[in-house]
Design a protein around this ligand. Sequence first.
Ligand SMILES: Cc1cc2nc3c(=O)[nH]c(=O)nc-3n(C[C@H](O)[C@H](O)[C@H](O)COP(=O)(O)O)c2cc1C
Length: 327
Amino acid sequence: MQIGTLRIKGHAALAPMAGVADRAMRELCRAHGAAYVVGELTSAKGVSMRDHKSSQLLYVSDAERPMGVQIFGGDPAVMAIAAKAAATYRPDFIDINMGCPAPKVAKSGGGAVLMKNPKLAADIVRAVREAISLPLSVKIRAGWDENNKNAVELAQRCEAAGADAITVHGRTRMQMYAPPVDLDIIRQVKQAVHIPVIGNGDISDANDAAQMYEQTGCDFIMVGRAACGAPWIFSQINAYLSEIRVLPDPPVSQRMLTLLKQVRLMIQYKGETIAMREARKHAAFYMKGLRGAAAYRRACGELTEYDQLQQLCFQICKDNGAANDFS
Ligand SMILES: Cc1cc2nc3c(=O)[nH]c(=O)nc-3n(C[C@H](O)[C@H](O)[C@H](O)COP(=O)(O)O)c2cc1C
């Protein structure tokens, strides 16, 4: 697939996830075979004023490339300034968020509310297109609500305004994250535009990945929540889609070692205090499906130091008869 001039190899990308898919997780997912990653959504206003938080969110390390940075906002002029400023961080492409349901984002006039105003959405894409020469993608939802599923119109307008690719999360704004994703709306978008369409929503294993490609005809897929606590999902998807090979989930010891690696990276990038607070949720992700997971998750909620996490991981391996593999 190509996003403008950017050639993407592989089968599946890591979705942007604010507060979750940070640099550590993105690097780990790339190392496990994610084709590209997208950074956490960043306020155009903050970027245009070059505030500290935005600069941190826009940083792109070599281990993450190819990586897109994502901006949100509702004012074409501010979005253009923000895109120019974001381009100085040398991302491989820029993504515009038109899917986020969060009130904080809606207040800026950006995110999913733009789906209610396709003309403004297109004006934003055009303004950003004129401001930067980097490849440009737009991430949208199926529509605002069940009665306003206008992803097709929005995608066509974005294409006409200069977008190089469209990612479609097949749910409406009102559906948030709950009901099953609508693959048909992604198929309709794919049939309506000439730029690549990236299908997103509810891909939780390699089989779902294959279904997304087959049922929508999309050019690429994007995985979000299923990569949390399971970065190996990308190698599983790659093995399945390129060789019809089913890779099993890694054993408990491997899972725990991967968690520790992720948290070590977090500590390196954020310092132990912030990293350990944020590591609680990541650690809990890695416990999913383990026998006694509820108790382990409670222990994750108490973590303040890396050593405690290491001990917990060792205990989990011991409980699963895998202490010898934990080194
Ligand atoms: C915790 C969380 C944070 C998210 N943050 C963003 C974001 O910053 N930008 C964005 O475009 N989508 C964001 N999303 C939506 C995801 O990118 C994705 O579209 C959605 O989770 C559906 O894909 P999935 O079923 O594979 O998780 C977020 C989702 C979650 C669960």
